[in-house]
Design a protein around this ligand. Structure first.
Ligand code: SF4
Ligand code: SF4
Length: 104
């Protein structure tokens, strides 16, 4: 389980580095986010939810039943749209209202 940062999309805001509980993300000399040790990522998804540029993708490996799918998060006010691109290229979106997160 890990993330991948799309360098070409990153705007260098540093929000992902600020929220990562493991301090796994750094801003390099080119002003872009990098994750030097992606194997240490435990998939909390905090960085995905903070990235304003959709530059971070979550890799859904076999261990999560994802079989190589990828996931990004779009924020729209309190809504989080989890866009999942499946291995066959099809797209599925799951929308969650973050105001409901305390209900469970
Ligand atoms: S998913 Fe969580 S642990 Fe992994 S890099 Fe992002 S913020 Fe850090
Ligand atoms: S939050 Fe997104 S845009 Fe900002 S530094 Fe991280 S990857 Fe780049």
């Amino acid at each position: 389980m890990s993330i991948e940062i799309r360098r070409e999309a990153c705007i260098g805001c540093g929000q992902c580095a600020d929220v990562c509980p493991g301090s796994l993300i750094l801003i390099d000399s080119g002003g872009k986010a990098v994750i030097p040790n992606p194997e240490r990522c435990w998939g909390c998804a905090s960085c995905l939810k903070e990235c304003p540029a959709l530059a971070i993708e979550f890799f859904l490996g076999e261990d999560m039943g994802g079989m190589g799918g990828r996931m990004r998060v779009r924020r729209e006010n309190s809504l989080l749209h989890w866009d999942i691109t499946k291995p066959d290229g099809s797209l599925e979106t799951i929308t969650i209202d973050s105001r409901d997160s305390g209900m469970y």
